[in-house]
Write a protein of this length. Sequence first.
Length: 399
Amino acid sequence: MKLSDIKVRNLKVQEKAYKLFDGEGLYIHVMPNGSKLWRMSYRFEKKQKVLSFGIYPQVSLQRAREKRLDAKRLLADGIDPMQQARAEEAENAAENEHTFEKIALEYLEKSVKDGNAEATMKKKRWYCRMACDEFGKMPIREITAPIVLGAIRKQEDAGNGETAHKLRTFVGQVFRYAVATGKAENDPTFALRGALVSHKKTHMAALVERDDFAALVKAVWNYEGGGPSIRAALKLMVLLYPRPGELRFSTWSEFDLEKAVWTIPAERMKMRREHKKPLSKLAVDILTELKPFTADAPLAFPSLIARAKPLSENTLNQSLRRMGFDKTEATSHGFRSSASSLLNESNLWNPDAIEAELAHKVRDQIRGAYMRTPFWDERVRMAEWWSEQVREMAGNRNI
C-alpha cells in the first residue's frame, strides 16, 4: 500500500530503524532518534544507489513524490540523479557561498601555512581588504575582468600606480587558488594585462658612490639621537647590510658573539632559507656594547615605546632624515645596494660570495644547483675588509 500523510505523521519510533515504502523506490526511513528521512533507491549503470530527498515534515509526502518523479525523468535521459544533485549543490554553493571574500581568506590562511613572512602577510591582508571593499560579497564566479578593472582604476586615478599593479597581482592569486580548488573557472585578471597604466618600478634610494656613502657612514657614527638600540641598529645596517626586517626582528639567541656568527632563521628570510652571516670584530663590539641595554628583552632591538615590539623601519628611516638625508638619497634598505655596489667595484671579491652574503636568489638555476658552498671563508675575510672600509669612511680607524 502507498503511504498517506496521516500514516507518515503517525509513524512511531522503534528501537531499530525501519522503512516504509511508497512505491517506485521511494520510502521513508524512521530512525530510533525520531527522524523521518525520505529516500529513493534506484539502479544506475548496474549499481544500486540511494538518493536523499530530505526530512519529514520539512519535505512533505507530496514533495517527496515530486522529487521521485524528477529523478525518474533524469534516469530516463541517462542521467544519474545523485550526480545531478551534487552538481546543483556545488553550483548553489558557488553562487551563494563561494564569495571572493571567503576564498581570499582561505588563500591568506594557505599563505601563512606556506611560510610567508609576516611582512608579506601584512601587505597581502591590506590588498585583501582593498579588494573586498569593492567586490568581496560577490560570488567569485560572477566577478568579471571589467569589475576588477574598476577597482584597480580607482587606485590609478588616485595616483597609486604601484598599488594598482600589486592589487591586480593579489586578486589574480586569489582567483588562481579558486580555480585550483574548483571554486572558479578562470582568472579574469589575465585579461587585464596591458589594460593598466605602465608602472615603472622604482628602486630603494641608496648612495652608491663612495664619497656620498662615506658621508652617510660618518653621519651614522656621529648620530646622537634616539636610543642605544637605534644607534646600534643603524651601525649594523652599515656593517652587515641585511634586509631591515631581518635585523629589526632579531633576537639575542641568534647572535653567537664568541663564534662571531649571526644565524637568521628561515621564517624571516625572503628566500625562506636559514642564513648565516659572519660578524666582523667591529660588529661584535657594537652588539656587546648594546647587550646591557636590551638583554632583558628577547628582541635585540626593541622599540623604545614597547619592548615586546621591534624597532620599526620608519624609526630607522626617520633617523636618516634627522641626519639630513631625504628619502630620495637614503633608506634603511638602501644600505644593501650601497654595500653591493662598493664591494663589486673593489674587484677583490667573488661576485657569488657577495650574492651569498646578501642572501640573493641565484637567477641561473643550473649554476645555483652546483653552487653548494656559501663561500664562508671568503665572506669572513670580506666582512673584516668591509669593516675596515667603514672605519675609514667614518673618519676614525679606532671606532
